[in-house]
Design a protein around this ligand. Structure first.
Ligand SMILES: Cc1cc2nc3c(=O)[nH]c(=O)nc-3n(C[C@H](O)[C@H](O)[C@H](O)COP(=O)(O)O)c2cc1C
Ligand code: SF4
Ligand code: SF4
Length: 249
């Protein structure tokens, strides 16, 4: 069974491509988060989790959801993290979850996809994103085939920098920078409500036809990147950045 969480569509695309090869069921964690629900699952096929990398680890909201959800029968678990460059030492924290769940860790693999974090970093142009997506195809296919054959992923050995990034830097990063205080909306807003509907944490409310952010944000970038009129900005640097969004509703 393939579970995915995706802010802007990279992880959704990878999960879908894996499901096409393995002929497995696809579950959107987003739907459960929206309803504030954990789950109760049963499968004969391995558990496969496909998520973005947030501050060199799986997103905290996903970690929590996995911890609170029941997974029955199957004990093999694969982790596929999409990222823009590095998953650091994410493997350490994923192994911890496997230990808690009494799962057989079948490996963590990273798939390089376009950078979506426009609130913090410059994003690639549309054509650069296209090239990155093309380049990722063979790795996605190879990953899917390994899962299909029941093979373990190759081990990733984290560097010292990776260990620091996924450890203390990760915690500090979330505490200091992952908040919604930088979001603002312009008059380009056409009150379509897509931002509110797409927020996995129901953190956006419409007030007088405009979104307001309520203080529980995981920086998934769905609201800002998916806005059809580019009416949302984060602080002052996002106007000129490419708003990468390939997610299918
Ligand atoms: C909050 C946040 C943190 C991120 N941290 C990392 C990171 O530590 N390493 C990395 O390579 N990419 C990082 N990225 C980039 C995303 O992991 C990458 O673009 C991912 O494929 C987005 O997946 P999605 O489209 O499924 O949401 C980050 C993006 C966001 C929004
Ligand atoms: S998605 Fe954009 S246009 Fe639609 S309501 Fe939100 S801010 Fe306004
Ligand atoms: S407010 Fe925007 S960035 Fe934050 S979790 Fe919701 S959709 Fe994602």
């Amino acid at each position: 069974m393939i579970f995915y969480f995706s802010g802007t569509g990279n992880s959704q695309r990878v999960a879908q491509e894996i499901a096409d090869v393995t002929n497995d069921e696809l579950i959107s964690i987003h739907q459960y988060l929206k309803l504030n629900q954990s789950g109760n699952f049963e499968s004969n096929k391995p558990w496969v989790f496909v998520t973005p990398t947030y501050a060199w680890r799986m997103p905290k909201v996903v970690e929590r959801w996995i911890q609170e959800t029941s997974f029955n029968h199957q004990t093999n678990a694969y982790f596929v993290l999409t990222c823009a460059g590095s998953t650091g030492n994410a493997i350490k924290y994923v192994k911890k979850i496997c230990k808690e769940k009494k799962w057989n860790f079948k490996g963590l693999t990273e798939i390089i996809m376009p950078e979506n974090y426009l609130a913090m970093f410059p994003t690639p142009s549309a054509s650069e994103c296209q090239a990155i997506l093309e380049k990722a195809k063979p790795s996605i296919l190879a990953t899917a085939q390994q899962i299909l054959k029941g093979e373990s992923f190759k081990n990733i050995s984290p560097s010292f920098k990776g260990r620091l990034s996924s450890g203390p830097v990760h915690s500090l990063y979330y505490t200091l920078l992952v908040h919604d205080r930088g979001f603002k909306v312009s008059n380009q807003c056409v009150s379509c409500k897509k931002c509110a509907q797409r927020c996995p944490l129901n953190n956006i409310e419409m007030k007088n036809g405009k979104p307001i952010w309520k203080g529980n944000c995981t920086h998934c970038m769905a609201c800002i990147s998916g806005c059809p009129t580019k009416a949302i900005d984060y602080k002052s640097k996002t106007k000129d950045r490419y708003h990468y969004y390939i997610k299918k509703d």
